[in-house]
Structures are given as structure tokens and as C-alpha cells.
Design a protein around this ligand. Structure first.
Ligand SMILES: C[S@@+](CC[C@H](N)C(=O)[O-])C[C@H]1O[C@@H](n2cnc3c(N)ncnc32)[C@H](O)[C@@H]1O
Length: 270
């Protein structure tokens, strides 16, 4: 890894649980097992809250997004070599852990800007390291060092991802379609998926990546009210007045809700 602030290689000093660069900068390995590359005022991003991560972990444990995890894992393992995998905006580390399970002895890096996320990611998989960093300020990885990068409902920074991927590496991006959670959007006044999202994704990737394959993962989920509360609380609507109990109480005990996500695979190239 390298610290993007000074582009110098980091070495692990296990005796004092720190990563140091040749210029003497030091980045602590926290007691909870992650490395913080955020220094003081280096970012204004705060990422997801602990409550959002708890809701996300509970929802993922329920298996409702298992088909998405399978498609992401398949996209990575179908074309990879043995190099390391990075997940940008890893959250709970759910997707990275499944990719690593499917591809031993590959190692992985979970990167997130939220402390509560990287604490979780430090426990997500024995072959994953967990790093607190802002993906928009550069990825703390050497040029061409990675085999695969994942971004699942998360930030992308395609220019940086292209820099850290090997020439034959792949970038796997999962984004929701307008139908994702569609049955809940109206009744719970949830944040809608931006209808312009595909065009913005294409524009951001152009010049850095070319598309190889796209898979639509769309299926009905049978959700209890507690699952619905979690799916609201784990996403952008958690910041919004939507997740109120009165609206939730008006929903049936069990409701069928569409999961609809495109899993795209990209290769570096103009
Ligand atoms: C919607 S969550 C998705 C998490 C995970 N990929 C999943 O699907 O379970 C987005 C994640 O990106 C993180 N994030 C947001 N902005 C970020 C940034 N600039 N750098 C790194 N992580 C960021 C958030 O903290 C959050 O954990």
C-alpha cells in the first residue's frame, strides 16, 4: 500500500501497531483492527452511521441480498487471476467476504470512510485488511497492484480505480435500477434512484474503462416489517424523515418487494 498523501510505501511495524512511511509519517492500526489513513481534517466525508451499518448487517444476514452477492462474486471469480481485491465503500464487508471465500488464498482490502464500517470490516474475513480512507481523495494502493475492485451501492472514483488495477484486472460495479425497492418508495417516501444514474455512470467510466458484461439481478423479496425497517434505515432514506413508525405500521406484516440491481464488469481502457 502507499499513503496517497505522500506517495511513499508503508511498512508494518508490528511492535507498535503502526504503518510507517520512509518520511516518518505514521498511521496507527486501531485496537479494533483497521488502519486509519485519514488525518485530522483530511476529509469532510463521514460515510454511513453505526445505526445504518447495524441495519445493513441485519438485512444482509437475512439473506435478502444473497443473489446480488452471488452475482458480484461470479463477476469477479469468472475472470480473475490471483491478485488482491479491493472493495470501495465496503460497509459491512459482506460482498468482499464472499468474494474472498470463493477465491482462496486471495487477500482483500475493505476501504470505507466511516469508522463504524471499518471496525466491522476488520472482522469480516481473515484474509481482509480494513482501511479508513476517503475514496475521493485517492486510493492508498500502488499503481497496477490489484486484480479486482468492487463497488456495490458505493462511490466509484473510476480514474483512481483504473490506476490501481492491473492491465487485465476488472472493476465490478453494482448499482440499483429504478425498480429497486420500488414497492416501498411511495408508501415510505423513500429517496428515489436517480433516473439519470446509468448515463452518469457511463460518463464517469468513459476514458478509464470499457464495459465487458452487464447482468441484471432482479427478483422478489418477501420482507417482514422489521426487514422493511432495516432496508430503510440502512440507505439514503435513513437521513430523511421517511423511516417513521406510522408509515411503517400502515404496511402489511409481510410485503413482496423487488430487488433490482445491475452488476457490471469493466476492464481498464479508454
Ligand atoms: C450504501 S453503503 C454500501 C456498503 C456496502 N458496499 C454494501 O453494499 O453493503 C455505501 C458505503 O460507502 C461508504 N462511503 C461513502 N463515501 C465514501 C468515500 N468517499 N470513501 C469511502 N467510503 C465511502 C459509506 O460509509 C458506506 O459504508
Amino acid at each position: 500500500m502507499r499513503a496517497h498523501q505522500d506517495a511513499a510505501a508503508l511498512a508494518l511495524e508490528p511492535q507498535d501497531r503502526a504503518l510507517r512511511c520512509r518520511r516518518g509519517h505514521s498511521f496507527d492500526v486501531a485496537r479494533q483492527g483497521y488502519v486509519s489513513l485519514l488525518t485530522g481534517a483530511s476529509t469532510k466525508m463521514i460515510g454511513d452511521t453505526a445505526a445504518m451499518l447495524d441495519a445493513r448487517a441485519a438485512f444482509q444476514t437475512g439473506g435478502h441480498f444473497a443473489p446480488i452477492a452471488e452475482a458480484v462474486t461470479h463477476a469477479v471469480t469468472a475472470r480473475r487471476t490471483a491478485g488482491p481485491v479491493l472493495e470501495v465503500g465496503a460497509g459491512t464487508g459482506y460482498y468482499l467476504a464472499q468474494v474472498l471465500d470463493a477465491a482462496p488464498p486471495t487477500v482483500g482490502i475493505a476501504l470505507d470512510v466511516a469508522k463504524s464500517a471499518v471496525r466491522r470490516c476488520a472482522r469480516a474475513h481473515p484474509r481482509a485488511a480494513s482501511v479508513l480512507a476517503d475514496a475521493w481523495r485517492g486510493l492508498p494502493v500502488r499503481d497496477g497492484a490489484l486484480d479486482s475492485v468492487l463497488s456495490v451501492f458505493a462511490p466509484r472514483n473510476p480514474g483512481e480505480v483504473a490506476r490501481v488495477l492491473a492491465e487485465d484486472g476488472c472493476f465490478v460495479v453494482a448499482t440499483p435500477t429504478e425498480r429497486h425497492l420500488g414497492e416501498l418508495v411511495g408508501p415510505l417516501d423513500m429517496v428515489r434512484v436517480d433516473p439519470d444514474k446509468d448515463r452518469r455512470l457511463d460518463a464517469a467510466m468513459t476514458g478509464h474503462f470499457e464495459p465487458v458484461e452487464q447482468t441484471l439481478v432482479e427478483y422478489p423479496m418477501k420482507l417482514a416489517r422489521a426487514d422493511v425497517a432495516n432496508v430503510v434505515d440502512m440507505g439514503p432514506s435513513a437521513h430523511h424523515a421517511a423511516a417513521d413508525d406510522a408509515r411503517l405500521a400502515r404496511l402489511p406484516e409481510s410485503i413482496e418487494v423487488t430487488a433490482s440491481v445491475v452488476v457490471g464488469t469493466y476492464r481498464p481502457g479508454a
